[in-house]
Design a protein around this ligand. Structure first.
Ligand code: HSE
Length: 431
């Protein structure tokens, strides 16, 4: 049976999971793929700290370049993360005509075009299945299963850390900070948890999905990104009162020649399939013009689920190499150059949840309703959450019908100036 050599760069959480998977499942993979995948080298600056797996120490090295150059290695797996040395090694490996597998969403979101072009120039594959959705093969779905569709929209819960935090905030009434610590202990969070809780990890993934769906990768700086760091427990509670859960949603959708790409804490109704995606689980709901809605659910973070997808990618490449087929599979579609633009945030229409802190005086709510109406924002439901005590301002929650973001923003700034509210209103999107 033909042997295919693999070198792993980065022996951290995911790298160790990939090594473990390749070693434990070598036999089953050979039966499945008809090729023997052999782990030849693992490179990391630290090769002494125990990783909880048994590997032959002779394959450990601190020299990544010699791993890339090794003639017995066909596939380089990058599990270093970030955009520093990881980028250099990925480009070096592609230029050395090695196929590359990476789970590095930040790298692809920021430098995807350069990396995909380098793969194409060298006629080698780059696979990145675990960069979005961890153990869910959503990338493969868009590349293959739904390749015959025009993708209308993708809505995803794509960050396990945030979903875990939101679930525990709702179920246990806990504060945000308390739960973040637990997510870090469980190994869900990024080394820099700001990437998770400020929404950037989800935004990286949304950019990759946009590239796969539309051949259009927006600049990260242009994408609207809201995280959950400042989400108040009371909004989680009020959302529940109306029958909704707050989820950090990535939204990628086509609207004519424009694509909406954004990340927002969003109220999801009980009737929606994403409502019951809880804890560290991820899900993506994709609407294709032929397939209609399809949904993919699974573990989006953690060592084994992420490694599962990386090992699956390695298997696919190994099979391609062994069968002698052309080795380059187009990483992302290339049909939209210059034709598709990012939809300006203000143009996006959505339903909204708005919480006002309203002065408890006659006509205050009337003023709010009237200003909303003047800006074409129609109220679908409203609730004053408690009676006032000694003329204290009271929280009033308004759910709107679909409205243009810029219209709502104009209305809210007018309401702030009208003197009937005691604090900046909280605005959240609804699906
Ligand atoms: N920190 C990420 C998450 C890991 O929480 O989902 C997977 O990308």
């Amino acid at each position: 049976m033909k042997q295919i050599g693999v070198g792993i760069l980065g022996f951290g959480t995911v790298g160790a999971g990939v090594a473990d998977g390749l070693l434990r499942h070598r036999e089953v993979m050979s039966h499945r793929l008809g090729v023997d995948i052999v782990l030849k080298k693992i490179a990391d600056l630290d090769i002494t700290t125990p990783r909880g797996i048994t590997v032959d120490t002779s394959i450990l090295t601190t020299d990544a370049q010699s791993t890339i150059a090794d003639e017995q290695i066909d596939i380089i797996v990058e599990t270093i993360g970030g955009t520093g040395i990881a980028k250099k090694f990925v480009l070096d490996a592609l230029n050395a005509k090695k196929c590359v597998v990476t789970a590095n969403k930040k790298l692809l979101a920021e430098f995807g075009q350069e990396i995909f072009d380098t793969a194409q120039k060298n006629g080698v594959d780059i696979y990145f299945g675990a960069s979005v959705g961890g153990g869910i093969p959503i990338i493969r779905v868009l590349r293959e299963g739904l390749a015959g569709n025009n993708i209308e929209s993708i809505h995803g819960i794509l960050n396990g850390t945030c979903n875990y935090i939101l679930t525990r905030m709702e179920n246990e009434g806990l504060a945000f900070d308390e739960v973040l610590k637990d997510a870090q202990k469980l190994g869900y969070a990024e080394a820099n948890p700001s990437l998770d809780i400020d929404g950037f990890d989800t935004a990286h993934k949304a950019c990759i999905l946009a590239a796969l769906a539309y051949g259009f990768q927006p600049k990260l700086a242009d994408v609207q990104v809201e995280g959950i760091r400042n989400l108040a427990g009371e909004d989680v509670k009020y959302a529940a009162h109306f029958g909704y859960r707050i989820k950090l949603l990535a939204c990628v959708a086509k609207c004519g020649d424009e694509v909406e790409v954004g990340v927002h804490p969003t109220l999801v109704p009980q009737t929606h399939m994403l409502y019951n995606v809880n804890d560290a689980f991820n899900a993506a709901m994709v609407k294709g013009d032929m397939s209609d809605y399809t949904m993919y659910y699974g573990r989006g973070a953690g060592r084994e689920p992420t490694a599962s997808t990386v090992v699956g990618d390695i298997g696919d490449i190994a099979r391609n190499i062994a069968s002698g087929q052309a080795r380059y599979i187009r990483a992302v579609p290339q049909y939209s150059e210059g034709k598709i633009k990012l939809r300006p945030a203000g143009e996006i229409s959505s339903r909204f949840y708005v919480r006002f802190l309203v002065e408890d005086k006659a006509g205050a709510f009337g003023t709010i309703a009237s200003i909303l109406g003047q800006h074409s924002v129609s109220i679908s439901a409203a609730s004053q959450q408690s009676g006032s005590i000694g003329n204290q301002p009271v929280p009033v929650v308004v759910l709107t019908h679909e409205a243009k973001t810029s219209d709502l923003e104009k209305a809210l700034s007018e309401i702030e100036q009208s003197g009937v509210i005691g604090a900046k209103p909280v605005k959240l999107r609804m699906i």
